[in-house]
Ligand binder design. Structure first.
Ligand code: PLP
Length: 400
C-alpha cells in the first residue's frame, strides 16, 4: 500500500506566492474596474536583451541543420558554458575549474536538491526570514532544521550559530530583506564552517544587484571558502531568464565534509546530476553563453540598473510617506516595516485595497518576517510609477 510522504503536512498548503494571490483574489474579483499593480513575486518583466536573443536564435538555428543538430548534451552542462562560467569567475579573481561548474535549469531546483549530498541526520541552519524554497524543500525531505534569526538588530544578517551545525544556507543579497553580508560577516561564516567541517550553501542569485566593488558578490571572495562552500547562481534575475530557465552550482573539488575526503562532494553531485538530471536545454545554454559575452554583460547590467532605478523610486516614495524601509540599494527588494500594531498580512491588505498594489507579507518568508512586507522592483517603470503615485496619495503620513 502506498503511503504519502507525511512531511507535506509540515509545509503550508500553498507556496507563498500562490497564497498571496489567493488572498488578493476576492478584492480583484469584486473590483474588476480597478487596475492592480503586481509587485509581489520577484519575476522579471523586461524583454531579453538583444545579445541574448541572438544567442538563443543561434541555438535554434543549430538545431535546424543535420551538421549542427545535437540531442542529449552533458548532464553537467555544455563544456563551452562551463568554461565561460569559469572565466566569468576568473575575471573576478576567483579560480573555479570548469569541472567544478554544474549547469542547471535554474537555482530553485538546486536549492532543494543540493541537500541530497548530505546525510539525513544533518542539522541544516536556515536564515529566517529567507527565500522559502530552502525551508520548504528541507521540510518536505524530512530534514532537521534550525533557524538563524535575522532582524533589524543584526542588520538582517544572521549571527553564526552557537551550536554545531552541519549545513548552513545563506543568501546574499538576501531575498526578501535586501541585506548584503559584508566580507567580515562572510569570513566569520567561512571560519565557522572550516572549524566545524560544516558546508555553506551560498545562494548568490542576486549578486549582480550589488552596487560597487566593496561588498562580496561570491562566497569565493573569502579565503578558504572553496574548502567549505557550494555556490548556487541563476540567470533569472541578472538576465531575465525566469521563464527561460538556467543557472549553475559550483561544487569545488576541495570541499571537505566531516567524513568526506576532498573531491567526494564534487564526485557525488556529478553522480546525482547524471542520474536525476538530463542537462539544461541546449538552446538556452547558447543564450547563457551570450549573457556571459562582453556585450551580453554590458546589456544585462543595464537592465539590472533599470530595476535598481525602480527600487530607488519605490524606496523614496515609501520613505516620503513615513515608512521605515530597508533593502532596495543592493537588491531588487524593498523590505518595509509595518507600522506599530499592524501585522504583515494586514499591511498586505491595506496596500491592496487602498493603493491597489500586490506585495508579499514578510511572514511568508519565515516567522521573523512578521511585522514586515516585501515589495519587488521587477516591474515596468510605468507600473512602478503608478504604484508609487497611489501609495503617496493613499497612505498620507504613516506613524513609524
Ligand atoms: C534567493 C533566490 N534563489 C533562487 C531563486 C530561484 O531562481 P531560479 O529562477 O533560477 O530558479 C530565487 C527566485 O526568486 C531566489 O529569490
Amino acid at each position: 500500500m502506498a503511503k504519502v510522504n507525511p512531511n507535506f503536512k509540515n509545509v503550508s498548503e500553498r507556496y507563498f506566492s500562490a497564497e498571496a494571490l489567493k488572498r488578493a483574489k476576492p478584492f480583484i474579483d469584486e473590483n474588476p474596474g480597478i487596475e492592480i499593480v503586481k509587485l509581489g513575486i520577484g519575476d522579471t518583466s523586461e524583454p531579453l536583451v538583444p545579445a541574448v536573443i541572438a544567442g538563443l536564435r543561434e541555438g535554434v538555428e543549430k538545431l535546424s541543420k543535420r551538421e549542427t543538430y545535437r540531442g542529449y548534451g552533458d548532464e553537467q552542462g555544455d563544456t563551452r558554458l562551463r568554461k565561460a562560467i569559469s572565466e566569468w569567475y576568473g575575471k573576478r579573481n576567483i579560480g573555479i575549474e570548469p569541472e567544478e561548474v554544474f549547469v542547471s535549469d535554474g537555482a530553485k531546483s538546486d536549492c532543494g536538491n543540493i541537500l541530497s549530498l548530505f546525510s539525513g541526520a544533518s542539522l541544516i541552519a536556515i536564515s529566517d526570514p529567507v527565500y522559502p524554497a530552502y525551508r520548504d524543500s528541507a521540510l518536505i525531505t524530512g530534514r532537521n532544521i534550525m533557524y538563524m534569526e535575522c532582524s533589524e538588530k543584526n542588520g538582517f544578517i544572521p549571527a553564526i550559530p552557537k551550536e554545531k551545525v552541519d549545513v548552513l544556507i545563506l543568501c546574499s543579497p538576501n531575498n526578501p530583506t535586501g541585506a548584503v553580508a559584508t566580507h567580515a560577516q562572510l569570513k566569520s561564516f567561512v571560519d565557522y564552517a572550516r572549524k566545524n567541517k560544516s558546508i555553506i550553501i551560498f545562494d548568490a542569485a542576486y549578486s549582480e544587484y550589488i552596487n560597487g566593488p566593496t561588498m562580496p558578490k561570491s562566497i569565493y571572495e573569502i579565503e578558504g571558502a572553496k574548502q567549505c562552500a557550494i555556490e548556487i547562481q541563476s540567470f533569472s534575475k541578472s538576465a531575465g531568464f525566469t521563464g527561460v530557465r538556467l543557472g549553475w552550482s559550483i561544487v569545488p573539488k576541495s570541499l571537505i565534509a566531516e567524513d568526506g575526503t576532498e573531491g567526494v562532494l564534487n564526485q557525488y553531485w556529478n553522480r546525482r546530476q547524471m542520474t536525476m538530471f538530463n542537462g539544461a536545454s541546449n538552446i538556452v545554454q547558447e543564450g547563457g553563453m551570450a549573457v556571459l559575452s562582453p556585450l551580453g554583460q554590458k546589456q544585462t547590467h543595464q537592465q539590472v540598473a533599470y530595476y535598481m532605478e525602480n527600487a530607488r523610486i519605490i524606496r523614496e516614495a515609501l520613505e516620503s510617506v513615513g515608512f521605515n524601509v530597508f533593502g532596495g540599494v543592493n537588491a531588487p527588494y524593498i523590505w518595509l516595516k509595518c507600522p506599530e500594531g499592524t501585522s504583515s498580512w494586514e499591511l498586505f491588505d491595506e496596500f491592496l485595497t487602498k493603493a491597489h498594489v500586490i506585495t508579499t507579507p514578510g511572514v511568508a518568508f519565515g516567522n521573523s518576517g512578521e511585522g514586515y512586507m516585501r515589495i519587488s522592483a521587477f516591474g515596468h517603470r510605468e507600473d512602478i510609477e503608478k504604484a508609487v503615485r497611489s501609495i503617496r496619495e493613499n497612505f498620507g503620513t504613516i506613524a513609524k
